[in-house]
Design a protein around this ligand. Structure first.
Ligand SMILES: [Zn+2]
Length: 352
């Protein structure tokens, strides 16, 4: 048969990571902006933490900077931001903040066909280096296509100021690549879904880097932020190679979305993924105990009770998670898991 395979890959081109790299935003913007107007989307706290410095740096080299402060990544806030920037015509969009501000910025940049620079202030999940934007409506997250960051400025001296819980959750999100790859392989075998072994290798490697160095990840340690962020960026690269979020998102992420659909709030993305990964590894009949132990070392609990989530909510989420994204085949299969099997999986792994 004639060779017909093709794939499109979008990679970030200016990536700065490490101590005091924030000033590099000048290079990233100069290299990529379409004109002399810059739009910064940020939050109140993150503006104080990094946004104001970014604004000063860019104004210092002649850019006309507009700052828009927003809140959670909801469709409502997205519309408000779109209204606020009406008539500005920026040449580039910068998202300065934690996950939610970056989600809104990458969606705005995508909608306006503008280059996007990610300036994360916390290493809390892999969205800081991916083109997917998670936007909520009535508490439920929807995965929207966003702009792949053309630049990433991950200043560890700023990110270290975020609470340790965010760092641990970011590490857990990278660990979840392990079950995501298992699901992707399964789908390749059972459904013939295209599989990229190079993307899978990078994704698994980044998870193993965290697993193997889990005891080095500590509070108040900037090198821990470096370790986690570097592997978040590697996960983003795996997704860019694959052209899909498959290398970082399988049954454990479906479970996470099912929890969100059930109204679970105030639990970090990586924390829900941590629970999901342990359950998924159990269902794959793999060594879930070691994953649970590594997560415990990180200080990430996989007990639903610790987050105030009821047993019934978790059971329902596990049974129905397969239906969240039916085209994404995983170990959860294509029909609801039996009640008894769900309870057994959750009890054995210690989630309930
Ligand atoms: Zn994730």
């Amino acid at each position: 048969m004639e060779f017909q395979k093709f794939r499109t890959m979008h990679f970030p081109r200016d990536v700065y990571i490490g101590h005091d790299v924030l000033f590099k935003v000048k290079d990233a913007v100069s290299n990529n902006s379409k004109n002399d107007k810059v739009l910064i989307i940020t939050g109140s706290t993150t503006y104080e933490l990094a946004g104001t410095k970014v604004k000063d740096l860019l104004e210092g080299i002649g850019y006309d900077v507009t700052v828009v402060k927003t809140g959670d990544a909801t469709y409502e806030n997205l519309s408000k931001v779109s209204e606020e920037i009406c008539g500005i015509s920026p040449g580039i969009v910068l998202g300065v903040g934690g996950g939610t501000k970056i989600d809104i910025s990458k969606k705005i940049a995508f909608d306006l066909s503008l280059p996007f620079i990610s300036v994360p202030t916390a290493p809390s999940h892999d969205g800081i280096a991916s083109p997917r934007a998670s936007i909520k409506r009535e508490g439920v997250s929807y995965s929207e296509e966003g702009a792949m960051p053309i630049g990433i400025i991950a200043d560890t001296s700023i990110m270290i100021k975020a609470p340790y819980r965010y760092l641990a959750a970011g590490a857990a999100d990278v660990i979840s690549n392990i079950s995501a790859i298992k699901d992707w392989r399964l789908s390749n075998r059972l459904k013939g879904e295209e599989f990229s072994s190079s993307a899978a290798a990078i994704s698994e490697y980044s998870a193993q880097e965290i697993i193997g160095n889990v005891l080095l990840i500590r509070e108040y340690s900037e090198s821990s932020v470096w370790l986690v962020t570097k592997n978040i960026l590697a996960s983003g690269t795996a997704m860019a190679i694959a052209g899909t979020s498959r290398p970082g998102s399988g049954s454990e992420h479906l479970f996470t979305h099912a929890l969100e659909s059930a109204g679970v709030d105030d639990v970090l993305h990586g924390e829900m993924c941590a629970m999901g990964t342990v359950i998924s590894m159990y269902l794959h009949d793999d060594n879930w105990q070691i994953i649970r132990e590594k997560l415990e070392n990180l200080g990430v609990s996989i007990r639903a009770k610790d987050y105030g989530i009821t047993d019934e909510t978790v059971i329902h989420a596990l049974r129905t998670a397969h239906s969240i994204r039916p085209e994404r085949y995983t170990i959860l299969g294509e029909s609801d898991m039996s009640y008894d099997a769900a309870v057994k999986a959750l009890e054995i792994t210690g989630v309930i």
